[in-house]
Design a protein around this ligand. Sequence first.
Ligand code: PEP
Ligand code: MG
Length: 889
Amino acid sequence: MTKWVYSFGGSHNEGRAEMRNLLGGKGANLAEMAAIGLPVPPGFTITTEVCSAFYDNDRNYPADLKAQVDEALARVEAAMGLKFGDPSAPLLVSVRSGARVSMPGMMDTVLNLGLNEKTVEGLVKSSGDERFAWDSYRRFIQMYASVVMDVAHHRFEDILEDAKRALGVFDDTEITADAWRGIVKSYLNVVQKETGRPFPHEPQDQLWGAIGAVFGSWMNPRANTYRKLHDIPASWGTAVNVQSMVFGNMGNDCATGVCFTRDPSTGENIFYGEYLVNAQGEDVVAGIRTPQPMSALKATPEQSPMETVLPEAYQELCRVRELLEKHYRDMQDIEFTVQSNRLYMLQTRSGKRTAAAALKIAIDMAAEGLITKEEAIQRVPPASLDQLLHPTLDPKAERRQIARGLPASPGAATGIIAFSAEDVEDLAAKGEDVILVRIETSPEDVHGMHAARGVLTTRGGMTSHAAVVARGMGRVCVAGAGSIHVDYKAQTLTAGRETLKAGDWVTLDGGTGAVYSGKVPTIPPTLSGDFSTLMGWADSVRRLKVRTNAETPEDAETARRFGAEGIGLCRTEHMFFGPDRIGHVRQMIMSTEQDERARAIDALLPFQRDDFTQLFRIMAGLPVTVRLLDPPLHEFLPHGEHELEEVAKAMGKNVETLRARRSALSEANPMLGHRGCRLGISYPEIYNMQARAIIEAAIAVSKETGNAIVPEIMIPLVGVKTELERTRAAAEATVQAVFKEKGVTLEYLIGTMIELPRAAITAGQIAEVADFFSFGTNDLTQTTLGLSRDDAGSFLPHYVDTGLLPKDPFVSIDKEGVGGLVRLGAEGGRKTKPGLKLGVCGEHGGDPDSISFFESVGLDYVSCSPFRVPVARLAAAQAVLKQRQKQPV
Ligand code: PEP
Ligand code: MG
């Protein structure tokens, strides 16, 4: 016989915390509290298996359920010395849902179940309080009818308000027993009218009605949506908890409250929460009366803290608080009721908390010896560190949202609108806070993005230029806000009915993707010593190294401060846009003659050498991977007429010739066009110049600092071994030439990015000519899924919203598809060269879920934008611990 029902709290306590899957979170924890001797009103849990059986069997209960419920109910009656439905002294119960994880959208609670016209008189007798009894009855009708019978809540509120008006009273507490009788009658009439059925009078009918409503709510649309959003399988089911009632509303020695064993927003070790005297649970939530604080320490003179109002129950609760924390070894969120000065526990669960609180609680609990360092590491969600490293919106500030885009780079920023990089720079130079608003950004805008507080684009996804570059710089970015229309000519942006002009204030929340009109104040981040403690613990556990994607000295320095162990990707093209360089770059591209191109390239050499020198200095001997030129040439073309004229003048050519050259160079599909190593093959001079600049800089910094610099030269977008073979040979020839000129040599590596499916599949061959691989998972995602990095924003969110894809694959690696290719590439490469160094430098290198996957593949390092370095350090440590837990001891 299957056991469908588990008793708790009385003489029979059959559950435990670890039976959460069967009993749901609430039921398992009620049993656990009872097991450790806490005062839990007796009751029973109908298991989640009943829910599954109910749906598997066309919404019918298992045949023996009724008998098991009867038996459990009889035990509760015995424990309470009361009988369900007894007109002289009735047992009343609450009925609540309780899935494995707490789930909004499900039927929540029905209190005071078991009341009818006869038993209410019994309650009058047993409580000695007629007012209380009739108030309890009307509360029950109201709750039951609205959650079980679907009668709109306001129907009851209206009756109550009318009655109060007629009686000339303002507060429910002023309503007399007689008046409640009248209100109950009206409530019963409303139910009959609205549903065409009488309100159930039989306590047994009430009970089964409420149980049915809990199971029914498991499949209601709100619960279904919530489950989809949070990856909760429908097969888990919910449990139902039936528990004897205790009353917090039976007088001034009664109360009810909700609290946390520590402050959930700061993590401070104080008893935090609210309670109400003479109230039932829903009064605290309803917000009609103002709840009061728990501890006298935190109370203002006008407040009545529980510590002074109900001192005995408060002391008992303090004992419970300590016991629960010791027992569960985590901060708890608890619900309690005090009836006639006696404390009863109604719920405990691990408490939700802010990032700051999670950090402080983890470190404090480890220091208190409650948890181990490894557990502390696992208690802080890595992505939540974003909240600690960036400014956030002042939660108290008013705000008006006008649009929503992708949360491309975290933090909050407010500033005046400018529509071009140049305008941003001018305004920022005058000390203004500026937000750059563009349809999309290109490398030309990088200087404006740098000068801006934040960047807003209306097109593009999570690995679009704006997203990647802003994240790298630590600038706030909302990308792909498609409902905003930008008009560069009119210098306006329009979102719905709202139009904002250049110079108007706008505010971005890069953590949520929200765009607000006007100025919303922000709060700067503060980092406590706990942060570096946690990072230190994470470092002692993790195996993956964490490098950064950086090309400016500023970003490299930021990354070092955050603990980066080298540079995994220096995108050299970002160095080409400085005002002193772009002219030479354009001449290089537009020239048709080799000697003309050579002149332009020669002019670039000192700039590049300088750039690399600075990076090598900052990284002080840590590995630095420099990627040779990668982006499609069209990104550098002189777009405007004025720019075209400038280049023509510098080259001594006429504008017409250059216009023709420009159109010859433009491509229909540049991301699949003349880019990556294909550039190095067409224009070997460019790669040779870059290789020379890298080696000259490395020799200089090695000499200057005494650090042995081992530069890593990386060739992008290789699909065929021969491409790497040819570009590598050219780079090596340059390197050898420099060695000869300088009369010194140094160790260096030449490797490639694996960012095309063909490269992953033929990695074994490519490894023959590569010293290392770095997986470029941005392009690999784009090419594997055939999804444009820049345009997918117009439909990809819909894919995720409707469950076609579990997550945006540009944010979190598609483990089976793209991840499968990474695994294949790693295995292929290491088969050829067992010690081959493997890294990843796509945006996934900073995503906790993806990092856990890369740990399982056995990569050597991840590389991510500077502000994500701490996130990656923590995620890498958690990945090791997770892996350990999976392995049998
Ligand atoms: C990649 O493709 O993953 C990568 C890191 O290169 P980029 O984003 O510059 O194309
Ligand atoms: Mg790439």
